[in-house]
Design a protein around this ligand. Structure first.
Ligand SMILES: Cc1ncc(COP(=O)(O)O)c(C=O)c1O
Length: 344
């Protein structure tokens, strides 16, 4: 069957689940993982006492498979996701998974579902969701004894369905997403539930997302919903220091490298006092992530103060970084860093 037999309009995709054919599942029991296998995408059965359901013992990753202009299928820095998966697992007392096994399972899912990968010129991607859940039953608060690793995928559209334009963000004075010593650096399921209500409230007021501040002083920039934050201040790229409360984004890591090596600009990883973003020395702001790619920030609001950047158009540095990053990701620019893993 060809891609066009699927009845999917790859040119008008959003970020909603579209079922594909295959998913991967592996079980951990008696202190070891089984070999894992591809099975038809569908529901799984777990006990109502499964640890994930009461205590939220679960982690996940988000990755994309893309098609190049000459129709190759590739992943962007997938080993980084494998390593982060284990870092998250460790924080919530879940078992280690061999990183090569993780990568090989991701590849199997992508290739088995390859007709769902949107074509190059659609700007879309196959979004891949690896996860691990504490599936074993548990009454008291303690780690499960049985776990499941599942990987499914869904075609998604480009983040910029309305073009590469700046989004409006609201700094929350009320909510935080993580705290020192907590789980903010990991992709633990529970980190996200608490961000849904703040996002709904911000959207009702016309903002695309929330910028969170640090939970101690409520002064320093933490993250944007599910993306990292960057600003251009005094001609330098400034981003919050990864202090254990912020997810260590793979897109961010790549953007910092491109800024230093390709734009020859200085990078500062430090506390960013939110008032700095309202100063004229702050000329651009954007966020980074697998889903967000590089999203320009058009305005930032704190209470009654709103700062608009570049008439809500992408700033010069934001646009250069976007072209560089997406150029490498789609293999339009030579990948001198070995970031691309070609599957076929
Ligand atoms: C809370 C949070 N911050 C940042 C990011 C960006 O990380 P990455 O660039 O690895 O996708 C994500 C998305 O994975 C996220 O969920």
């Amino acid at each position: 069957m060809q891609a066009n037999d699927l009845d999917i309009d790859f040119y008008n995709l959003g970020f909603e689940l579209i079922h594909t054919e295959w998913m991967y599942i592996s079980d951990y029991k008696d202190n070891k993982w089984d070999n894992g296998e591809l099975i038809s995408f569908g529901s799984i059965e777990i006990s109502p006492a499964a640890n994930i359901l009461s205590y939220g013992q679960g982690i996940f990753e988000g990755m994309k498979a893309l098609r190049s202009k000459n129709n190759q299928i590739m992943l962007f820095r997938p080993m980084e996701n494998a390593k982060r998966f284990n870092k998250s697992a460790n924080r919530v007392a879940m078992p280690y998974i061999d990183e090569n096994k993780f990568l090989s399972a991701v590849k199997k899912v992508v290739l088995a579902n390859k007709r769902f990968i949107p074509p190059y010129d659609s700007g879309g991607a196959l979004y891949i969701r690896p996860m691990m859940i504490g599936s074993g039953p548990m009454l008291g608060v303690a780690p499960a004894k049985e776990f499941k690793m599942i990987i499914f995928c869904s075609p998604v559209g480009p983040y910029f369905s309305t073009g590469f334009k700046g989004i409006d963000l609201l700094i929350s004075k009320k909510y935080t997403r993580s705290s020192q010593g907590g789980t903010g650096f990991s992709k633990m399921c529970g980190n996200y539930a608490g961000t849904m209500k703040p996002a709904i409230e911000a959207k009702k007021q016309g903002y695309a997302q929330v910028i969170y501040l640090d939970s101690v002083h409520m002064k320093y920039i933490n993250e944007v919903g599910a993306a990292n934050f960057c600003a251009i201040i005094n001609g330098k790229l400034v981003t919050p220091k990864l202090d254990g409360t912020i997810l260590e984004g793979i897109t961010l890591k790549s953007v910092l490298e491109l800024t230093k090596k390709k734009l020859d600009m200085k990078v500062e990883e430090r506390n960013i006092f939110y008032e700095e973003l309202f100063d004229k020395n702050c000329t651009e702001a954007f966020c980074t992530g697998t889903a967000a790619v590089i999203t320009p920030i058009g305005s930032i609001t704190y209470g009654n103060n709103t700062r608009i950047y570049n008439n809500k158009q992408p700033g010069e540095i934001t646009a250069k970084l976007y072209d560089l990053l997406t150029g490498i990701q789609r293999m339009d620019i030579k990948d001198v860093y070995n970031w691309i893993e070609i599957l076929e």
